[in-house]
Design a protein around this ligand. Structure first.
Ligand code: PRP
Length: 215
Protein backbone atom coordinates (compact mmCIF):
# COMPACT_ATOMS: atom_id res chain seq x y z
CA UNK A 1 0.00 0.00 0.00
CA UNK A 2 2.84 2.34 0.98
CA UNK A 3 4.22 1.84 -2.51
CA UNK A 4 1.22 3.54 -3.94
CA UNK A 5 2.00 6.87 -2.31
CA UNK A 6 3.83 9.41 -4.42
CA UNK A 7 6.28 11.59 -2.53
CA UNK A 8 7.07 15.00 -3.98
CA UNK A 9 10.05 17.11 -2.87
CA UNK A 10 9.54 20.85 -3.13
CA UNK A 11 12.25 23.46 -2.49
CA UNK A 12 11.83 26.32 -0.06
CA UNK A 13 12.29 29.73 -1.64
CA UNK A 14 11.36 31.27 -4.95
CA UNK A 15 10.20 28.02 -6.60
CA UNK A 16 7.93 26.88 -3.77
CA UNK A 17 4.80 28.93 -4.50
CA UNK A 18 5.16 28.48 -8.28
CA UNK A 19 5.42 24.71 -7.77
CA UNK A 20 2.39 24.39 -5.46
CA UNK A 21 0.35 26.61 -7.84
CA UNK A 22 1.20 24.28 -10.72
CA UNK A 23 0.35 21.11 -8.81
CA UNK A 24 -2.89 22.70 -7.63
CA UNK A 25 -3.94 23.11 -11.26
CA UNK A 26 -3.90 19.33 -11.71
CA UNK A 27 -5.60 18.82 -8.33
CA UNK A 28 -2.46 17.66 -6.53
CA UNK A 29 -2.37 19.42 -3.20
CA UNK A 30 -2.63 18.81 0.54
CA UNK A 31 -4.09 20.66 3.47
CA UNK A 32 -1.42 22.73 5.22
CA UNK A 33 0.99 22.72 2.28
CA UNK A 34 2.71 26.01 3.04
CA UNK A 35 6.34 27.04 2.81
CA UNK A 36 6.43 28.15 6.44
CA UNK A 37 4.88 24.92 7.70
CA UNK A 38 6.83 23.37 10.58
CA UNK A 39 5.41 20.02 9.56
CA UNK A 40 7.96 18.52 7.22
CA UNK A 41 5.81 15.84 5.58
CA UNK A 42 2.37 16.97 4.48
CA UNK A 43 0.08 14.18 3.42
CA UNK A 44 -3.08 13.94 1.39
CA UNK A 45 -4.33 10.47 2.27
CA UNK A 46 -7.25 10.46 -0.17
CA UNK A 47 -4.94 11.14 -3.10
CA UNK A 48 -2.05 9.15 -1.66
CA UNK A 49 0.38 12.07 -1.87
CA UNK A 50 3.19 13.12 0.44
CA UNK A 51 4.79 16.52 0.02
CA UNK A 52 8.15 17.21 1.63
CA UNK A 53 9.60 20.71 1.89
CA UNK A 54 13.39 20.81 1.71
CA UNK A 55 16.36 23.11 1.24
CA UNK A 56 16.83 23.88 -2.45
CA UNK A 57 20.18 22.11 -2.83
CA UNK A 58 18.82 18.92 -1.18
CA UNK A 59 15.98 18.20 -3.64
CA UNK A 60 18.18 16.15 -6.05
CA UNK A 61 19.50 14.08 -3.11
CA UNK A 62 16.00 13.08 -1.93
CA UNK A 63 15.07 12.13 -5.48
CA UNK A 64 18.33 10.29 -6.23
CA UNK A 65 17.85 7.99 -3.23
CA UNK A 66 14.13 7.51 -3.90
CA UNK A 67 13.15 9.15 -0.58
CA UNK A 68 11.09 11.37 -2.87
CA UNK A 69 9.73 9.95 -6.14
CA UNK A 70 9.61 13.30 -7.88
CA UNK A 71 10.77 16.85 -7.25
CA UNK A 72 10.86 20.33 -8.68
CA UNK A 73 14.19 22.10 -8.88
CA UNK A 74 16.22 24.49 -11.06
CA UNK A 75 18.42 23.18 -13.85
CA UNK A 76 21.37 24.95 -12.17
CA UNK A 77 20.93 22.87 -8.99
CA UNK A 78 20.57 19.63 -11.02
CA UNK A 79 23.81 20.36 -12.88
CA UNK A 80 25.67 21.24 -9.71
CA UNK A 81 24.49 18.08 -7.92
CA UNK A 82 25.67 15.68 -10.65
CA UNK A 83 22.98 13.24 -9.40
CA UNK A 84 21.58 10.32 -11.36
CA UNK A 85 18.00 11.49 -11.89
CA UNK A 86 15.68 11.86 -14.88
CA UNK A 87 14.39 15.21 -15.99
CA UNK A 88 10.79 14.82 -17.16
CA UNK A 89 9.65 18.36 -17.94
CA UNK A 90 10.96 21.87 -18.38
CA UNK A 91 8.37 23.83 -16.39
CA UNK A 92 9.34 27.18 -17.91
CA UNK A 93 9.13 29.17 -14.68
CA UNK A 94 12.00 30.17 -12.40
CA UNK A 95 13.91 31.61 -15.35
CA UNK A 96 17.38 32.78 -14.38
CA UNK A 97 20.99 32.48 -15.45
CA UNK A 98 24.24 31.60 -13.80
CA UNK A 99 27.00 34.11 -14.48
CA UNK A 100 30.29 35.53 -13.32
CA UNK A 101 30.28 39.08 -11.96
CA UNK A 102 32.88 41.44 -10.52
CA UNK A 103 32.83 44.84 -8.75
CA UNK A 104 32.35 47.51 -11.44
CA UNK A 105 35.41 49.46 -10.33
CA UNK A 106 37.66 46.41 -10.50
CA UNK A 107 36.69 45.21 -13.98
CA UNK A 108 39.58 43.79 -16.03
CA UNK A 109 39.88 43.96 -19.83
CA UNK A 110 39.28 40.26 -20.61
CA UNK A 111 37.96 37.11 -18.92
CA UNK A 112 41.43 35.55 -19.04
CA UNK A 113 42.71 38.39 -16.85
CA UNK A 114 40.87 36.76 -13.92
CA UNK A 115 42.87 33.50 -14.16
CA UNK A 116 44.26 32.33 -10.79
CA UNK A 117 41.95 34.65 -8.83
CA UNK A 118 39.39 33.72 -6.17
CA UNK A 119 35.73 33.19 -6.91
CA UNK A 120 32.97 32.66 -4.35
CA UNK A 121 29.97 30.60 -5.37
CA UNK A 122 27.24 28.18 -4.36
CA UNK A 123 28.05 26.33 -7.61
CA UNK A 124 31.72 25.27 -7.47
CA UNK A 125 31.29 22.29 -9.83
CA UNK A 126 29.61 24.27 -12.60
CA UNK A 127 32.07 27.12 -12.10
CA UNK A 128 35.08 24.83 -12.30
CA UNK A 129 33.74 23.10 -15.41
CA UNK A 130 33.22 26.47 -17.06
CA UNK A 131 36.59 28.00 -16.17
CA UNK A 132 38.42 24.80 -17.10
CA UNK A 133 36.71 24.93 -20.51
CA UNK A 134 38.19 28.44 -20.82
CA UNK A 135 41.65 27.12 -19.91
CA UNK A 136 41.53 28.97 -16.59
CA UNK A 137 42.58 27.74 -13.17
CA UNK A 138 40.77 29.46 -10.32
CA UNK A 139 40.52 29.24 -6.56
CA UNK A 140 36.96 28.35 -5.51
CA UNK A 141 35.40 29.27 -2.19
CA UNK A 142 31.99 27.76 -1.47
CA UNK A 143 29.44 29.91 0.33
CA UNK A 144 25.82 29.00 0.98
CA UNK A 145 24.17 32.37 0.45
CA UNK A 146 24.64 36.14 0.12
CA UNK A 147 27.33 35.37 -2.45
CA UNK A 148 27.53 39.02 -3.51
CA UNK A 149 29.23 39.84 -0.22
CA UNK A 150 32.38 37.98 -1.31
CA UNK A 151 34.10 40.60 -3.48
CA UNK A 152 32.60 43.51 -1.53
CA UNK A 153 34.39 42.55 1.67
CA UNK A 154 37.53 41.31 -0.07
CA UNK A 155 36.99 37.56 0.28
CA UNK A 156 37.22 37.11 -3.48
CA UNK A 157 37.75 38.89 -6.79
CA UNK A 158 34.51 37.67 -8.37
CA UNK A 159 31.31 35.67 -7.88
CA UNK A 160 29.58 32.95 -9.85
CA UNK A 161 25.91 33.20 -8.98
CA UNK A 162 22.31 33.25 -10.15
CA UNK A 163 20.76 36.39 -11.64
CA UNK A 164 17.02 36.67 -11.93
CA UNK A 165 15.97 40.32 -12.08
CA UNK A 166 19.47 41.82 -11.77
CA UNK A 167 18.51 43.81 -8.67
CA UNK A 168 21.07 42.18 -6.37
CA UNK A 169 23.92 42.89 -8.83
CA UNK A 170 22.81 46.51 -9.27
CA UNK A 171 22.40 47.20 -5.59
CA UNK A 172 25.89 45.88 -4.88
CA UNK A 173 27.70 47.60 -7.79
CA UNK A 174 28.57 44.35 -9.48
CA UNK A 175 28.74 43.82 -13.24
CA UNK A 176 28.18 40.63 -15.18
CA UNK A 177 31.27 39.52 -17.13
CA UNK A 178 30.05 36.31 -18.74
CA UNK A 179 26.90 34.17 -18.88
CA UNK A 180 27.65 30.56 -17.88
CA UNK A 181 24.26 28.85 -18.24
CA UNK A 182 20.54 29.59 -18.51
CA UNK A 183 18.18 27.76 -16.19
CA UNK A 184 14.49 27.09 -15.53
CA UNK A 185 12.64 24.82 -13.09
CA UNK A 186 12.47 21.13 -14.01
CA UNK A 187 10.34 18.20 -12.91
CA UNK A 188 12.70 15.41 -11.90
CA UNK A 189 12.02 11.77 -11.08
CA UNK A 190 13.83 8.87 -9.45
CA UNK A 191 14.47 6.29 -12.24
CA UNK A 192 13.20 3.34 -10.16
CA UNK A 193 10.06 5.20 -9.03
CA UNK A 194 9.40 6.08 -12.64
CA UNK A 195 9.38 2.40 -13.55
CA UNK A 196 7.42 1.17 -10.52
CA UNK A 197 4.85 3.98 -10.47
CA UNK A 198 4.86 4.63 -14.19
CA UNK A 199 1.09 4.88 -14.76
CA UNK A 200 0.51 7.50 -12.09
CA UNK A 201 3.63 9.55 -12.81
CA UNK A 202 3.08 9.42 -16.55
CA UNK A 203 -0.56 10.54 -16.16
CA UNK A 204 0.62 13.41 -13.96
CA UNK A 205 3.21 14.48 -16.54
CA UNK A 206 0.54 14.51 -19.25
CA UNK A 207 -1.75 16.65 -17.06
CA UNK A 208 1.09 19.05 -16.32
CA UNK A 209 1.95 19.29 -20.02
CA UNK A 210 -1.64 20.29 -20.77
CA UNK A 211 -1.53 23.02 -18.10
CA UNK A 212 1.83 24.33 -19.36
CA UNK A 213 0.64 24.40 -22.96
CA UNK A 214 -2.49 26.35 -22.05
CA UNK A 215 -0.48 29.04 -20.23
C1 PRP B 1 19.60 34.45 -5.35
C2 PRP B 1 20.97 34.67 -5.96
C3 PRP B 1 21.12 36.17 -5.92
C4 PRP B 1 19.71 36.66 -6.12
C5 PRP B 1 19.51 37.08 -7.56
O1 PRP B 1 19.72 34.47 -3.98
O2 PRP B 1 21.97 33.97 -5.22
O3 PRP B 1 21.64 36.61 -4.68
O4 PRP B 1 18.83 35.56 -5.83
O5 PRP B 1 18.22 37.58 -7.80
P1 PRP B 1 17.97 38.97 -8.51
O6 PRP B 1 18.77 39.01 -9.77
O7 PRP B 1 16.49 38.97 -8.78
O8 PRP B 1 18.39 40.05 -7.55
P2 PRP B 1 18.57 34.01 -2.99
O9 PRP B 1 17.50 35.03 -2.91
O10 PRP B 1 18.12 32.66 -3.37
O11 PRP B 1 19.29 34.02 -1.58
P3 PRP B 1 20.75 33.64 -1.11
O12 PRP B 1 21.68 34.72 -1.60
O13 PRP B 1 20.67 33.62 0.36
O14 PRP B 1 21.07 32.30 -1.70
Amino acid sequence: MNNEYITIALPKGKLFGLSTDLFEKIGWTAEGLEEKSRKLVITNEDQRLNFIITKTADVPTYVEYGAADIGIIGKDVIEESGKDIYELLDLGFGKCHLMMAVPKDRKRPTLQDYAHTRVVTKFPHIAEKFFTSQGMQMEYIKLNGSIELGPIIGLSDSIVDIVETGTTLRENNLEEIVNIMDATARLIVNPVSFRLKFDRINAMVNELKKVLQSQ
